[in-house]
Design a protein around this ligand. Structure first.
Ligand code: PGA
Ligand code: ZN
Length: 415
């Protein structure tokens, strides 16, 4: 008998210093705990993270609406609990209890159940999803711009690296850290007066142009490739919604003096991809333009064209974009849908459609490590969780621990 015996919440702070909700659930007296992250460059179709009134109101709703329904409830699976949470909320966008409230409750319950049964979370997930546990390739942000950084940083949001053929998860995690370190040395020599400040996700945020940023990251990655004898790929999260000017319908990169319409921006990105060999481009265009995604996919058949704001972890949007040939990868952010069950639905749509699911953090994070368990247990080939900063390293370190159980060399591949 596994029964929810207690449920409570509190307001805590995330890595940006913003308030978020943390939930504690006890099952048969054994406690589990989880907090929710927060995005800053959010897709329009994400669920509401909180009821009107924010995290404080969410904690009140948790105790007045959710707890009375769930205390005494028999816990059988995250899928069953998530369906119950959706029923309790009763709105399509989780606006009554908040997607963050629902997600934190679901993960806290799963953690309690894991503690009660003595099984790790990823294994419980993998049994329900019928995926063989395996480790994701870490995709790491080493340089940040756009909404995650201050004025003067490059407009494109994330400059990423990914080890392509690591022998072990240790090697994979270490490679990204070494690129970050090498990049710091390059920037301190090249960018006068830059005190190595960082953006929200722990990547450096130097006052340089988009192309100078890309070149510096490439140089750092090349050094680490040679030193470690592994292949590293590079990627970008354009987060196109944050560089798009609605009134002129142009993508604006002031640091490059560029004001481009969608065709012009398409050609620009394709040129960059060829020049530095980008293996991954996320949200290259605004979220209501899947047709231009599809054109880029055609131009760059060997690059992962990944949807984030475009598909917001929703099965039906991923399926639609796959039918249109707009993407071959999708970002999986559990709090975009507020539910582990709906998260799995999105991952399953990727796997069934031959696309790469990329489990992802948010720019405002906590030190929780459940994202790593989701990636391992749901079959995500890639996990994007930053490189440095305690809240990012926590997730990488959890992969090292899981590696001790599933085998450190069982790292998934994208190519
Ligand atoms: P967010 O951005 O967490 O600030 O929404 C991350 C991303 O765009 O991938
Ligand atoms: Zn993104």
């Amino acid at each position: 008998m596994a029964r929810i015996t207690n449920l409570s919440g509190r307001v805590v702070f995330d890595s940006r210093g913003d308030k978020t909700i943390e939930v504690e659930v006890s099952i048969d007296g054994v406690k589990g705990r989880a907090a929710a992250p927060a995005g800053k460059s959010r897709g329009k179709r994400e669920v509401e993270p909180y009821p009107a009134g924010g995290p404080e109101e969410a904690v009140r709703v948790l105790s007045s609406v959710v707890a009375p329904k769930l205390v005494g409830h028999e816990y059988s699976s995250f899928i069953e609990l998530d369906k119950t949470l959706q029923e309790i909320d009763g709105t399509p966008s989780f606006s009554k209890i908040g997607g963050n409230t629902a997600l934190a409750t679901s993960v806290a319950a799963l953690s309690a159940y894991a503690a009660l049964t003595g099984e790790p979370i990823y294994r419980i997930i993998s049994r329900e999803t019928r995926q063989e546990p395996g480790l994701p390739l870490p995709l790491g942000n080493v340089l940040g711009g756009g909404k995650h950084a201050g004025q003067g940083a490059p407009e494109i949001q994330e400059y990423l690296v990914i080890p392509l053929n690591p022998r072990t998860i240790h090697e994979a995690v270490e490679a990204n850290i070494r690129v970050h370190r090498a990049l710091g040395e390059i920037l301190s020599k090249r960018v006068g007066g830059f005190p190595l400040g960082k953006g929200d996700e722990g990547g450096y945020a130097p006052p340089i142009s988009v192309e100078a940023a890309l070149e510096a990251v490439k140089m750092a990655a090349d050094t680490v490739e040679d030193a470690m004898g592994i292949r590293l790929g590079m990627g970008l999260d354009v987060a196109a919604g944050s560089i798009y000017d609605e009134s002129s319908r142009r993508y604006v990169l002031k640091s490059q003096g560029l004001y481009l319409d969608r065709e012009g921006f398409l050609n620009y990105l394709a040129g960059l991809a060829e020049r530095v060999n980008l293996v991954y481009i996320e949200d290259p265009f605004i979220e209501d333009d899947p047709d231009t995604f599809a054109k880029l996919r055609k131009k760059l058949p060997n690059t992962l064209i990944c949807g984030d704001d475009l598909v917001v972890t929703r099965r039906e949007l991923i399926e639609d974009c796959l039918r249109r040939g707009a993407i071959n990868a999708a970002i999986i952010k559990p709090n975009q849908v507020g539910s582990l069950y709906l998260t799995w639905q999105a991952v399953e749509a990727c796997l069934q459609g031959g696309a790469v699911p990329v489990a992802s953090h948010r720019s405002g994070e906590t030190t929780d490590t459940y994202l790593s368990h989701i990636a391992v247990g749901m079959g995500c080939k890639v996990m994007k969780a930053g490189v440095l900063g305690g809240e990012r390293v926590a997730k990488a370190n959890e992969l090292l621990r899981i590696g001790e159980e599933v085998g450190a060399s069982r790292v998934r591949r994208i190519a």
